[in-house]
Each structure stands twice: as structure tokens, then as C-alpha cells.
Design a protein around this ligand. Sequence first.
Ligand SMILES: [Zn+2]
Length: 402
Amino acid sequence: MINRRQWLYGVGLMAGAASRARPGFALDAGEPEEAGHHPLDLSEFVPTSMLQVNESRVERARFPLIDFHTHITASAKSEKGVPLASERRFLAAPDELLGVMDRKNIRAMVNLTGGYEKGLDQAISRYDRAFPGRFYTFTEPCYEHWKEPNYPQLQAQAIEQAHRQGARGLKILKTLGLFLRESTTSGELVKIDDPRFDPMWDTCGQLNMPVAIHVSDPLAFFTPTDRFNERYEELNNHPDWSFYGRDFPNNAELLASRNRVFAKHPKTQFVVLHVGNFAENLANVAENLDRFPNMSVDIAARIGELGRQPRTARKFFDKYQDRILFGTDATPHGDQTPQQVFNDQLYEIYYRFLETEDEYFDYAPAKIPPQGRWRIYGINLPETVLRKVYFENAARQLSIAA
Ligand SMILES: [Zn+2]
């Protein structure tokens, strides 16, 4: 049996030689520290790897790509996780974006959080229309009208309206399933397969608008934020990301509810973001891809997961090469979440993961790995697969000619 001191050493909470650790609970209050042994706060532990292996720098993607998952604009107003305004916040001017895009070989960015009505118009005219072929904007459900009895029809019409305005798809945030409630921000949680959304899903199918859908979150967000949680630091930094307890459904319930939507709307294309929101279990994602021909996935903000299982990931890419889209979740000035901050370094990490065989490198431009303390391994995709993942699969969803 290991004692607490040895356990702390094992997870890097303490410095010093394990052999000198003695049984007991030296960290307990009142007990003097043994000379040479110093407790170390986890946040201060920044080990330098002594491993000497090849380090590639991939400054540009090998082929021009579409980043299918970015956030250039965001809702100006949200309450308890529910966006409630057409008005947009603009996170970056087009020039700032185009500089990075040109350096990194990014042909186009898909701005998923374009909102609706007037805000959507502003987003489309500022980016999509001003720089044709470089930006594509998606619309979002208008939850401001949620409580109105004819919401199903209103929302279907809102999709038609957004389509006329130039929106290329529909984005569903994890709001659905985890935040939206019967009285918008209070009452019972609304289920993902609530039939009031059926006309919305169908309209997207009729108009050939893909649905980029985020459902659930990493498995660790549904377990207690304690010393056993592999994302402890991340949840400590973002306590509102924890869906443990209260009235939240678990991950399996959320995915099952989502799957019922895919089954009920076979003519609608769903791009399930963040590797189908279950990158920890690629066998499960594969099973669902096999079950639902109308399902694809993106890899945004999940190379940390894919890259720590490089052999399984590589097989997954080989098998589902026509249904995996490149995406990053890039958010300009998103410094709070280094795994998705829009900058040159972020893209170089993605390219290194996809294009090289490098070993044991950081999955995010950050001193401490933000989504869990591990590193990743490149999967060195063949060129035919790379072309599909970088461009062709997204182009097909967006009806863009190559
Ligand atoms: Zn996102």
C-alpha cells in the first residue's frame, strides 16, 4: 500500500527523493518538514523534459486548409450559459486574422458563433462579404423566443432567414443539454432531442446547411473536481465547466439524446465537434459514425486527447478519413484557454500533430498543459488523408469547389 507522501510524490506534488520519504503524513499540519523535502504547489510544478528526440517545426500546413471551427464573433449577452442577444462582440478585425491565415496556409475560417438577425448580418458583411472565400459564418438558435408557444415554427423560419442572409450552417453550443431550461434560464433542463427543435433540424437538411453541434464535454467534467480528476487544474481554473452533480445528466445520457436526433433526421448533416465529444473513447465515436451516415466530426481542441493515443488515433483517421474535419476552436485573444487561442503557435502544434512523427510535445502553447498534464505524439498522416482532413471534407459540407 502506498502512503500519502509517496502518492503525492508520484503525482508531482512534492519534490525530493522518493527513497527518503518515510511512512506517515508529513504534510499534515503541525509536523515539521524533513530537511531537504519541500512541499510544492501543483501550480508551481513545471518540469522540463530531459527527453532528447526530434523536434520539427511545421510553419505552414502542407496543403491549404479550412479551419471549420473558430469563434470570430460571440454573443454580446449571455445568462447562465444561454446566449440571449443578436448583438455580436467582434473578437478580431479581418486584417489581424488574415495575417495569421496567410502565414499558416489557412484558406478559410468558419466562424461558428455568428448569431442571428442583425448581428448575423454584421458578421457576414464584415468578414464573409468583405473577403469572399476566406470566411464562412454560421447562424445559431435564437433562444430569446424559446418561451413563445410557436417557437418550433419561428426557429425554422429563423433558419430560412439566416440562409437568405448568407449563413452557411447552424451551430449548436453545449447550451442545449446543459444550460437551456424550460423558462430559458430556470426550470427543468431541455433535452437535446426535444421535439420543439425538429423543424429546425429538418430545415437545415432541406437547405443543405450542416449542423455543427457541441454536445456534452470531456468525461472528467462529469466527475468530482478532486485529486483523482485528470483535469483537476483545468476545472479549478474554470469551475463553471464542471457538470458533476446538481441536475446535470451524465455524458452517456447526453450522447444518447443527441444520437436520437441523428436517427430522426437522416437528411440533415451533423458535424459533431470535438471528435464527437468523446475523444477519450474513439471506439464509441467509431461506433456512432458507423451507425449514423449523416455524422462527421471535427478535431477542435482535442489534439490533447488524440495525441495521447497516437496509434488508436491514426487508425481512426485512416478508417474515417472522409468524415474528419480540421478545426481548432480558435478564438482571437482567448488567452484564458491556451488550447484554443488564435495564433501562429497554435496552428503549428496542430500541423506537427497531423504531419510529423514527433514524440512527446505540448498540445497547447502554454507552460502548463491546460487540459491535463500529459504530452502528445504526432500521427504523420499520409498526403491523401491530410488533403481530406485539411480541406476536402469541410469543402463538401460547405459546398465549396476545391
Ligand atoms: Zn467552439
